[in-house]
Ligand binder design. Structure first.
Ligand code: SF4
Ligand code: SF4
Length: 318
């Protein structure tokens, strides 16, 4: 991999089973791929929105790069491993078609590991060889990749649905997307600026102002939109009235409070006890519902996530 990132970091990520694609993208097996192929347990997004877990690629076009250093993030951040690099500077940009091709190839490599496994669901495996959905999330801020709109377009041209997850600190990029994703997620993991600076540790000036600008932009999207609140025990599950004000401003189709998971590099920053239980997430969601016009419409205990909406039923993509 040709990149300006220090080799020890690349080695550390390879050990964590990241499959590098070009200079700045990567694919990683989602644990739910294993669960659905072996135990017939799909992920909560299949349950909520109908996208097929076994046909989903989990990828990022900005593996080492982000405008924030959230305490709860599983990605490697500069200085986590006493290795430093410029997290704001992507190298020479790969073109979207190359990234799409590379991500599909990486997914097929990942899938090859299931071929000989007697417990693999044969029908699902056959379908999995034709991926149909991409979660553009995994790690890093995807809007730092300048051609993100074209990347979405390139996936759509191949018949994929796309879920884009952004931290909302680059509103100018989101405002000018050449193509909308199938569904847009904006992470809003703090109720006010003080908490935001403490939890999300922005690496650019005016990040909170930018996030609020993005919240104002949300109603202009035609696709379904989601406010994701990665919820950390004793850290950001309070100040409900402040959350309600931000939610009203954004008017998203859905709100997803979801528990922080003690995995990846976040283990260097937070303790195991920072993971809220599903009951705590449900209680947090109930408090949000009380302060807003949103209702709880679904939940997935195994992922510790609750879904709120004003719709009675979700918009599905199956
Ligand atoms: S939608 Fe998300 S959780 Fe579900 S399989 Fe894809 S990456 Fe995994
Ligand atoms: S915005 Fe996302 S990728 Fe960036 S540090 Fe936070 S959780 Fe990680």
């Amino acid at each position: 991999m040709e990149t300006s990132v220090p080799p020890p970091l690349i080695q550390a990520l390879k050990r964590q089973k990241y499959h590098f694609v070009g200079r700045h993208s990567a694919v990683k097996r989602c644990r739910w791929l294993y669960e659905t192929l072996i135990h017939d347990r799909p992920c909560y997004k299949q349950k909520f929105y109908g996208i097929k877990t076994h046909q989903c690629i989990q990828m990022t076009p900005a593996l080492f790069y982000c405008t924030q250093q959230c305490l709860f993030c599983w990605r490697a951040q500069s200085s986590d491993l006493k290795i430093k690099w410029d997290e704001m500077k992507l190298p020479i940009l790969d073109n979207p078609e190359e990234i799409v091709d590379g991500s599909i190839k990486a997914q097929l490599r990942i899938l090859s590991g299931y071929k000989g496994n007697l417990d693999t669901n044969k029908q699902k495996f056959k379908e999995a060889l034709t991926p149909r959905h991409v979660a553009i999330s995994l790690a890093g801020e995807p809007t730092l990749y300048k051609h993100i709109g074209e990347l979405i377009q390139a996936y759509h041209k191949r018949g994929f649905t796309t879920f884009l997850v952004s931290n909302g600190t680059m509103p100018s990029v989101l405002a000018k997307l050449s193509e909308e994703p199938t569904q847009l997620y904006i992470s809003m993991c703090a109720p006010n600026e003080k908490k935001f600076n403490y939890i999300c540790r922005p690496q650019i000036p005016k990040a909170w102002k930018n996030l609020k600008e993005t919240l104002d932009l949300i109603p202009s999207f035609k696709c379904p939109t989601v406010i994701r609140i990665t919820s950390v025990h004793n850290l950001n599950m309070e100040n409900i009235k402040d959350y309600a004000k931000l939610i009203d401003k954004a008017n998203p189709t859905y709100i997803e409070p979801k528990a922080y998971m003690h995995v990846g590099f976040s283990r260097l920053r937070l303790g195991y006890e920072s993971m809220p239980s599903h009951n705590e997430i449900r209680e947090f969601a109930k408090q949000i519902a009380r302060e807003t016009s949103y209702n709880i419409i679904d939940e997935a205990q195994e992922s510790r996530v609750v879904l709120l909406s004003r719709l009675e039923k979700t918009i599905r993509f199956d």
